[in-house]
Design a protein around this ligand. Structure first.
Ligand code: MN
Length: 230
């Protein structure tokens, strides 16, 4: 067997404190997981089960990246999120056992074409154009759970050009990491290398060319990136 062209490089993210890399298989994302953000987007936090969408694995970007302003949008938004990295796969995982499947944690940003998302919502169309674009998933260095523990509280924040835009506590998540893994694994066979973006708190807003973003989750390395002209 031979490929008709050289396969693309394996997408991966850095592991904190060394040269190891975590190979990325898929990226799952949870929508509407903090009540204050659900309300700011005009929805009722109690009315709906978690919604899932995906990004391509090669949407990951490193901390320190200069990300070109995406094509086909005039309203690029930041969404800071806790990212859980799966190290052990499974289906129909029980919430009680779910954390055994987590390899580690990082902070990430679910970059969003908010204008295209509004179009999609209005048309009842898929969110791919709004969510799954190139370099739409900047992720900081992963910390193995053996070192970080399983964060269930503590600050999550994002600043733009030094100005705080998002600030909340992980304890405000509607669906916990355990519950998210349990729910996802009822629809997908989770596998090592899967990343899960667990939703954003309130304060999402626009990014412009020249902006420098910095964000963090308590106990994990910060993530920073800039938005540059294409
Ligand atoms: Mn999000």
């Amino acid at each position: 067997m031979r490929y008709v062209f050289e396969p693309p490089p394996q997408p991966s993210v850095a592991v904190a404190g060394g040269i190891d890399r975590f190979p990325v298989r898929r990226i799952f994302c949870v929508g509407r997981n903090y009540a204050d953000h659900v309300r700011e987007m005009g929805n009722d936090p109690k009315s709906e089960p978690p919604i899932f969408f995906t990004k391509p694995a090669d949407a990951v970007a490193e901390s320190g990246a200069a990300i070109p302003y995406p094509l086909n949008t005039a309203e690029l938004h930041h969404e800071v999120e806790l990212v859980a990295a799966i190290g052990l796969g499974g289906i129909a995982i029980e919430p009680d056992a779910a954390l055994q499947h987590v390899w580690g944690y990082a902070v990430g940003v679910d970059l969003t074409r908010r204008d295209r998302q509004a179009d999609a919502k209005k048309a009842g169309a898929p969110w791919d154009v709004a969510k799954g674009f190139d370099q739409s998933a900047p992720v900081g260095a992963l910390t193995p759970q053996a070192r970080s523990g399983h964060p269930s509280g503590g600050p999550i924040w994002l600043s733009v050009n030094g100005q705080l835009r998002q600030q909340a506590d992980l304890a405000a998540m509607i669906w916990s990491v355990s519950e998210i893994i349990a729910a996802l694994s009822r629809s997908w066979a989770l596998a090592a290398g899967d990343l899960i973006f667990t939703g954003t708190p309130a304060g999402v807003g626009p990014l412009r060319i020249g902006d420098v973003v910095e964000c963090g989750v308590a106990g994990l390395p910060t993530l920073s990136f800039s938005v540059i002209a294409r």
